[in-house]
Design a protein around this ligand. Sequence first.
Ligand code: C2E
Ligand code: CA
Ligand code: CA
Ligand code: CA
Length: 278
Amino acid sequence: AKTQQRSQFQFYIASVDSEIRERKRLEKDLSEALGKDEFHLLYQPQLDYKSGRIVGAEALIRWIHPERGFVPPDHFIPIAENNGSIIEIGLWVLDAACQQAKIWQDKGLDIKIAVNLSAVQFKDAGIEEDIRRALEKHQLAAQYLEVEITETGFMENLTKAIEILTRINQSGISTAVDDFGTGYSSLSYLKQLPVDKLKIDKQFVWDMVENKQDFSIVQAIIHLGKSLNMRVIAEGVETAEQEAHLIEMGCNIGQGYYYSKPVDPEAFEALLTDLKAA
Ligand code: C2E
Ligand code: CA
Ligand code: CA
Ligand code: CA
């Protein structure tokens, strides 16, 4: 039994060791991914329920590694946040999204692009300047850019977050609270924040048809948004039933596989034409 214990212990050490080495390799690959042009953005449509039109697109990063293949953002973004490389990656996202928004503008397509800002980026002193420069570089009007920030992105230093968000908002860029309802914060901060939109997390949307509590949470968020004069967007809409409930409750915008998965710009444009034809 003793030898068996020992070999299990050694196996454990070996597997932790290989996990650490794997993480190191991933970090190294991540640090080279920008230079090797391994990132691209996909766009997921946001449908305005009142007009029935696609009014926005969330930009979502994709990393295709030559050997690993697709690495999900939920896997590498936390690593990039941890080692700081999210700053550079985030700059690239901002630049690529503004470039795309400008292309759509020039084609006469009225699409606002929403970019996810990591809490790490948001806390970085250069964020406002970075945004301003990306808009300027691509000659993009501020109204075609939206930034999505999670609660954790501003809860650490609320006073400073209010200042930054106010300036971003005053420059004409819209602001959205992402994954709303999943954080631990109190709601009182909301009235102080210059935020245009609340984005309901997909967890609540998924379960709301079967689960009374989730249904109530979705309803409460929509009411809260309305009374604070914010628009409410639901993410993760997958079924007609969910859509019907959301519309009935007065949700403004829907995003989810029911409309489309995140797609490349060409496919996105095709969605716009399909919708017009319909
Ligand atoms: P998120 O910001 O909450 O984005 C929504 C996620 O839900 C996306 O996953 C999207 O593809 C997925 N989704 C949307 N509708 C549906 C649906 O109906 N069904 C299902 N199953 N999924 C749906 P994705 O693209 O894998 O991104 C995951 C997370 O990675 C994002 O969550 C965001 O936190 C982060 N992320 C993605 N792109 C970026 C980026 O450019 N910068 C930063 N900082 N984070 C990013
Ligand atoms: Ca988001
Ligand atoms: Ca979410
Ligand atoms: Ca998220």
